[in-house]
Design a protein around this ligand. Sequence first.
Ligand code: FES
Length: 502
Amino acid sequence: MRKKLKPKYINDTALDILRREGIFLCADCGGRGTCGKCRIKVHESGKVTDEEHKILSDREIAQEVRLACRVRISEIPGAESGIEVEIPERSLLYDVPADVQVIKPEPLGLSEIIAVDYGTTVINGAVVDLNNGIVREASVLNHQKAYGADVISRIRAANDGYNEELRHVSEDDLAELSVRLGKDPDRARYIISGNTVMGHLISGFSCRGLGEYPYTPVDISLRRDGSITFLPGISAFVGADIVSGICACSLDQAPEPWLYVDIGTNGEMVLGTGERIFAASAPAGPAFEGGGLSCGVPAIPGAVSGVVITGSKAIPSVIGRSSDVPAEDIDGEESSLPVKPSGICGSGIIDVIAELLRNRLIDENGTIAAEYAEEGFQIAGDVMVTQKDIREVQKAKAAIRAGMETLIAKSGLKAGDIRKLVVAGSFGSSINMDNASKIGLIPEELLPVSATAGNASLAGATLYSLDTGFGVRLTKLAGSAETVELSETPEFGAKYISYMGF
Ligand code: FES
């Protein structure tokens, strides 16, 4: 794709201008020049920055490849009349395909409402009819991703002056979701379950308090704002998605110890002892939602969601429109694939690491076999897993595991005391728990009591839509949880280091 860019503000980068024009580039690092995802080509673009020299090869620089977040368009001679840039397909944010094209959205019925799980990566919605339950479901990509892959980079973007842009992007995504659900966005009503940062960005709240200690949110109560009802959260980093997920699984009413872990762009976890409730958020980064990985994608059609490796050959499963399908048919031909593999999602990367370990292609420190050190290990087509990807997963799984262990210790319990472990998140229902334990993400002794919950956050929003009395349970849980600040708990750091290996 080619595009002529004209700067509006003096410091405008190519990434800024493209975003304002509705062209969203991958930008996992949020424009800090470290992820390398926003590559574009610019003719005679001036001085290549130090950050770019660290990421781009000499060949790329010779071919006029630049990082869109580092190119200040106004500094290029002739910028007033516009600078033409070339955007390769792979730098563009992928989309969540719509299952059905809606030609003319209808007004929401009087007995209908839209329940939403507003995820950091993907926004899932359902039209809930008070008499008939869920009548239609749809998803859209969260285009805030063009401002960073995880909540920390979104907070940074909001605090760097992009708050209003992020609010507009949120509005547009919600409207698109409504259209995909067949409903007129101008007359829609929503029940939103999402993390605290999403709630702030949709409402246009300042994110200053979320960006620095003591991490104070503006408002996380059960509240109504125009056509949107926001479900309540616990803290700046344990949000309404966790509260509604726990109540949807009825854990808030369980008499015995339980642990609920949501593995998304952060590892949020809540532990109930039967008497007290402890909540924490582990800074895992977005690896388990496909962010920060060289070929990472969310769990959308085309994503590799599972893998078996035999010798040096990977046999992936790819998410199809209605079910996972093997990536190769019986003859090993790829031509009959309903969906071409486009990248690896969270459940897929867990399988990949477990299988690489089983085949001794990575060692206990996470170092990949020498023959794959340069190019990475091929999963399907040009979908590869690299040494850097493995390091990202190591950091993510160490943070989540160390968080779980710290929370258990803080509650005075031992892992063996937990009677139920529920794993939720975007890959909640497709995660292979044995492999999750094999890579050290989940304690082995919790495997027999573990269960997956799929999208429990959407289930919670749906239950509230059907019965606002459910809100009493949500508010009670949110109000009674004690927040554990992992970064201020010395044992968390020690455990984090000890769980880095395999
Ligand atoms: S390097 Fe440009 S957004 Fe990450």
